[in-house]
Design a protein around this ligand. Structure first.
Ligand SMILES: Nc1ncnc2c1ncn2[C@@H]1O[C@H](COP(=O)(O)OP(=O)(O)O)[C@@H](O)[C@H]1O
Ligand SMILES: O=c1ccn([C@@H]2O[C@H](COP(=O)(O)OP(=O)(O)O)[C@@H](O)[C@H]2O)c(=O)[nH]1
Ligand SMILES: [Mg+2]
Length: 249
């Protein structure tokens, strides 16, 4: 079934255009967006036994990943798995790895991949949902490869919140969530880690045609209006796929 639907991607792309062209008209790249979405739509709102629909949410510290994830969850019904939150929960639960994780976070360094991937895997397995926002992961090429090896699937979509450094620093210093890493010294390390280790991951997904770059400056609502058409198009594509499969059966 999935192969048959994929072979219809060019038809789906023109079909979905009429559905969502209005909302997506803000994007200059609409034509290539619909083509890519038609190719990547398999699994959106899929039943549990099907491959889940995975979105990686990437961007520098303070770029607004978590804030936008809340809006995506509210609007599109994803399950939000923040890698940072999973690690902080692990610290709070006094697990054997807690002290090591706390040190890594304090220093702005990256926790060993296997540990993070296992926590994400647990989060996915304990959810009935099939649509996941994996926020703040993968942060390194090693993270990315480890996810592919352990979970065995690739993301359908990768969002990149592209935000100027000075804006990220300002936001982090005002975050007020009592986080051990929201101080200037750790922020400086985190920005360096982002540039050296995370940007290559973003480039990798850009080359694979999976990257959607969001200009992450402006109000939260303005930024969400760049995010919304991406998922609206996937939803429309899913509906047209359902209609087609009913017609073909
Ligand atoms: N568009 C925005 N404009 C101003 N502040 C924002 C915006 N988006 C998020 N914030 C604030 O910036 C801080 C960091 O946002 P967060 O979503 O935690 O970023 P990330 O998860 O990428 O580190 C939070 O205090 C949040 O309320
Ligand atoms: O896959 C991950 C995600 C997070 N972290 C650690 O957790 C910190 C906080 O991550 P989070 O995503 O919460 O930060 P944000 O970007 O949202 O500010 C990072 O600096 C890392 O030290 C990690 O090691 N691996
Ligand atoms: Mg966050």
């Amino acid at each position: 079934m999935w192969r048959r639907v994929a072979s219809l991607s060019s038809f789906l792309s023109s079909y979905s255009t009429s559905f969502v062209a209005q909302t997506a008209s803000r994007l200059n790249t609409w034509e290539s967006l619909t083509t890519r979405i038609a190719q990547q739509a398999n699994g959106f709102i899929a039943p549990k036994e099907k491959t889940p629909f995975i979105t990686f949410v990437l961007g520098g510290p303070g770029s607004g990943k978590g804030t936008q994830c809340i809006k995506i969850v509210e609007t599109f019904g994803f399950t939000h798995l923040s890698a940072g939150d999973l690690l902080r929960r692990e610290i709070d639960s006094n697990s054997a790895d807690g002290a090591m994780i706390l040190n890594k976070i304090k220093e702005g360094k990256i926790v060993p991949s296997q540990l993070t991937v296992k926590l994400i895997q647990k989060g996915m397995e304990s959810s009935d949902n099939d649509k996941f926002l994996i926020d703040g992961f993968p942060r390194t090429e090693e993270n990315r490869v480890s996810f592919e090896q352990i979970i065995g699937i690739e993301p359908n979509v990768v969002l990149f919140f592209d935000c100027p450094e000075e804006e990220m620093v300002k936001r982090l210093l005002n975050r007020n969530q009592g986080r051990v890493d929201d101080n200037l010294e750790t922020i400086k390390t985190r920005l360096k880690v982002f540039e050296a280790l995370s940007l290559p991951v973003i480039n990798y997904y850009s080359q694979r045609g999976k990257l959607y770059t969001i200009r992450a400056r402006g109000t939260e609502d303005e930024i969400f209006e760049q995010v919304r058409p991406i998922f609206t198009a996937f939803e429309a594509c899913h509906v047209s796929t359902m209609i087609l499969s009913i017609q073909l059966c």
